[in-house]
Design a protein around this ligand. Sequence first.
Ligand code: GTP
Ligand code: MG
Length: 370
Amino acid sequence: PEAITVQELAKRMGERGADLVKALFKMGTPVTITETIDQDTAELLITEFGHRINRVSESDVDIQAETDVDAEDTLKVRPPVVTIMGHVDHGKTSLLDAIRGASVVSGEAGGITQHMGAYQVSLPDKSKVTFLDTPGHEAFTEMRARGANVTDIVVLVVAADDGLKPQTIEAINHTKAAGVPMIVAINKIDKPDAKPQKVREELLQHEIIVEDMGGDVQDVEVSALKKTNLDKLLEAITLQAEILELKANPDRAAEGAVVEAKLDKGRGPLATVLIQRGTLRVGDVIVVGAASGKVRAMIDDHGRQVKEAGPSFPVEVLGLGAVPSAGDQLTVVENEARAREVAAYRQGVLDKKRTTSAPVSLENMFADRA
Ligand code: GTP
Ligand code: MG
């Protein structure tokens, strides 16, 4: 396989060399900017930075990440993607229900979230926010890690009567690892034993300094039950989104990330995809991870069929030949032959990765940091 210097790869990706070196270090590959890395490592980095790999066959080794950066004048403002995280039962789904005016909690088995929900909310000023709900139960570490990685902003929900708990701390670590800004929602302030100030103090121990304590992390006291201060929370999100200047090119072939996927008895493989750039349309030929197909239908978070989905839009995609994995990247390609080729190639890479290298997890990233 070909090798490439970190510097050259950074140039092609349109990223800073120092950021690549940092990411490589976290992946357990300490190199300097002038050193070379192998193709597999380069590929991992490209994916890690959210770029697309255009390499299609084992012989076609050109990394075309460079051509894949959208020109500044093609970019349009897109809604922020906000992931709700926190310890089990601290009120994440209730908070989202209150914001959406819906009721998901009541339909959940045992009141425990076991999958990732994706919703879009329209604000009074007509702007939109995309929310991802994650489970707080300890068994769902991977889903929280994934949530932190596809998101622009994390809202950390902490119950004021319970304080910081193991999965709160885990969520803080995922958020830090993903380099994503955080807003703290101190929930359940309606409870008589609510101690919001104690939550702020506990956060200090994890280097989260909220505005109330003189830091720059926004914190909002809320009650999902009484619907208190939901407007303040949405304002905090809007403010943070403005600072981030989130933009994407809607006028190009779509790319997105799979939030979750499953096999539906009647409808076949279903993938909930968060569109990251471009616009996905019914009839598009797609590759999702190692699965391929043609978009037969798309369904939004209200269960309505939609013909197209632009940046930051979460949508359920029907028409894949197989069930992809959560975290897989969706790419639109020109025809079905090409789709099969890319899918087969990706399958090969997957098989190779599985047998030759240890997976890069957030856990061993932290171990490297210490
Ligand atoms: P997981 O998804 O399983 O991690 O839980 P969750 O964080 O989504 O919590 P959920 O929204 O399911 O709420 C857990 C319990 O807390 C439910 O019984 C809610 O009614 C209750 N709850 C949520 N928000 C509030 C609040 O603001 N005040 C009070 N008093 N109770 C709340
Ligand atoms: Mg929940």
